[in-house]
Ligand binder design. Sequence first.
Ligand code: DX5
Ligand code: ZN
Length: 219
Amino acid sequence: MSATLVAPSILAADFANLQRDIEMVNKSEADWFHIDIMDGVFVPNISFGMPVLKAISKHANKTIDVHLMIVDPDRYIKTFADLGSNVLTVHYEACTHLHRTLQAIKAEGMQAGVALNPHTNISVLEDTIQDIDLVCLMSVNPGFGGQSFIENTYNKVKALKELINKKGATTKIEIDGGVTNKNAKQLADAGADVLVAGSYVFGSENPPKTIANLKNLLS
Ligand code: DX5
Ligand code: ZN
């Protein structure tokens, strides 16, 4: 089993010092950049959009994992590809034609991700799991950083891992929300491949050290 990846969420960075924080992640042991795009409709918050992602892409030298918390994401697939996204995740709850959306993401050369809200059962992915590169299990209700981890997530990781194995899929499991040193190891043991961490990393005194400690727990 390969080591679980760590993806700092830029939502918790200091936007007045964004280049500094991007360079910090570049130099750290982190694996991916996690970028949260919120439209104020699908979720009750607006984060940032294309110009900011463009600026991040210019400096980031690791995989750019974009999490779209927006309605009708199909409208922007090409735009996000052009902005340098490597993984593009849409919400199951925001897609009427999920299968078509996944094909469109891959056609633009990106890995296709699907995020599930805490209330959405993993069984809704029975018929698409083989077409999904990454499932992002929301371990908080999407919209804000700094919320508490929902404990039922452990059950969902296990159930999702069973579904992936049953279907012979190679889908990665990502956990997003409330990740800390308290739950990281248990999530990895349950089958998580990527852990997103926002406030735990950027709210700490020494973010690169916090990232290194998380990686150490997971090795
Ligand atoms: C929540 C976002 C998360 C968030 C995680 O809607 O999708 O990626 O930034 O932040 P923390 O780690 O603070 O819960
Ligand atoms: Zn996210």
